[in-house]
Design a protein around this ligand. Structure first.
Ligand code: NAD
Ligand code: MG
Length: 400
């Protein structure tokens, strides 16, 4: 029986996780659930799954949740804020943590789970992008089991030899395994073929209408700009301990091949499936077993062809910025992520236009001097500074 803390349980990944858990009560027990602001949805989840801890961002929301649950005779620890999130990981007696908060807000509790040696199911790619080296060191020293939930990384994990990720990049043993490249697939989002001059009129709802996947709004915008794939390249670099030149991005509009590994002997191993996050979630939850995920089997006869092409970096300037930040290393990926979070939020609030997302990120990266943060405090300081700079750029755009 696995005891599960779900960070971000009311979001797209959180809800899909609970859907898999619901079908396997003999395998999983939910011990902690956390959400940002959605009191009602979290209350429903608590009533169904009966965790011992529930967490919301604000104290007043936590009070409200406690009251709602007390009326239904459910007593549990209702906590709030950052300390509440840490408590969900530390004090809930969980052995498995689904890290599914969106953005930098997920970093500290996910890092805590790594330090405490939990099974960490990583959906929150931003935490790894922000603090790659520190995070992976915590996984190693804490003895955590880090399993990727991001569909591409989950696919790669399935296509690599066991323990590949644990070997140091240039070790003889790793070389002998013959991995030449990993190929991350990307759908190209809803605007793959939209003329650049039309992109500035894109509304948030259009950007969030992904052709193949149903996801939260931030990652949906990231998928449209392909910043998401840029973040995923950085994520893959850390997860699999592979140099950037061995990681390639392929546009694959059908989202059937979730990613591939190319080997020295000419073999390419791919993982295929429906674009449904319950598959990678179920894989992470039960690994190394395989359990039913409620996902329909893939019917390849439905497809007249599967297509692959190189991404056009002019169409997707955010992808180019992410590649550049990845190459630069140091604080650049942290700053890229922070500026992107600010720019995407401003776009979703209709304060800046779609094409200005990449402009805000670029301007922030240009302004911020690159450094080499070695502690989590230093990473958080870079994150804050980049956010302030990006906010200023957003403000100057609004005032124009
Ligand atoms: P979402 O917006 O649907 O859900 C986010 C969850 O985090 C919600 O429960 C929300 O209440 C909570 N949250 C938001 N801000 C918070 C804050 N400041 N403090 C505490 N909690 C907060 O997002 P999602 O689509 O489920 O994505 C979650 C993570 O998984 C992201 O990092 C995303 O990149 C990654 N991911 C998602 C998908 C997908 O299919 N949705 C696929 C791959 C990776
Ligand atoms: Mg992905």
């Amino acid at each position: 029986m696995r005891s599960l803390a779900i960070l971000g349980s009311t979001g797209s990944i959180g809800v899909n996780t609970l859907d898999v858990v619901r079908a396997h009560p003999e395998r999983f027990k939910v011990v902690a659930l956390t959400a940002g602001k959605q009191v009602e949805k979290l209350a429903e989840q608590c009533l169904e799954f009966r965790p011992s801890i529930a967490v919301l961002t604000k104290a007043e929301d936590a009070q409200l949740l406690e009251k709602v649950l007390a009326e239904k005779n459910l007593k549990l620890a209702v906590l709030y804020g950052e300390s509440g999130l840490l408590s969900a990981v530390k004090d809930s007696a969980c052995d498995t943590v689904m890290a599914a908060i969106v953005g930098a807000a997920g970093l500290l509790p996910t890092l805590e789970a790594a330090k405490l040696g939990k099974r960490v199911l990583l959906a929150n790619k931003e935490s790894l992008v922000m603090s790659g080296e520190i995070f992976m060191n915590a996984v190693q020293s804490g003895g955590a089991e880090l399993l990727p939930i991001d569909s591409e990384h989950n696919a790669i994990f399935q296509c690599l030899p066991p323990h590949f990720s644990k070997l140091i990049a240039d070790s003889k043993e790793k070389q002998n395994l013959g991995v030449e490249e990993i190929w991350l697939t990307a759908s190209g989002g809803p605007f793959r073929n939209t003329p650049i001059e039309e992109l500035n009129r894109i509304t948030p709802d259009q950007a969030c209408a992904h052709p193949n996947w149903v996801m939260g709004r931030k990652i949906s915008v990231d998928s449209a700009t392909m910043m998401n794939k840029g973040l995923e390249v950085i994520e893959a670099h850390w997860l699999f301990a592979l140099p950037l030149q061995q990681i390639r991005v392929l546009i694959h509009p059908q989202s059937v091949v979730h990613s591939m590994v190319r080997y020295r002997d000419g073999s390419v191993i791919a993982q295929l499936g429906q674009p449904d996050m319950r598959t990678p979630i179920a894989y992470g939850l039960a690994w190394p077993d395989r359990i039913s995920a409620g996902v329909a089997s893939l019917d390849l006869m439905q497809f007249s062809g599967l297509h692959f092409s190189e991404p056009d970096l002019k169409q997707f300037p955010c992808l180019a910025l992410a590649f550049a930040a990845a190459q630069k290393g140091g604080s650049a990926p942290t700053a890229l992520n922070a500026a992107n979070e600010i720019a995407v939020a401003a776009f979703l609030e209709q304060k800046i236009a779609y094409l200005q997302i990449s402009q805000v990120v670029e301007a922030t990266l240009n302004q911020l001097e690159n450094s080499n943060p070695k502690t989590i405090e230093a990473v958080l300081a870079v994150d804050q500074e980049a956010r302030q700079i990006a906010q200023q750029f957003c403000k100057s755009i609004v005032q124009k």
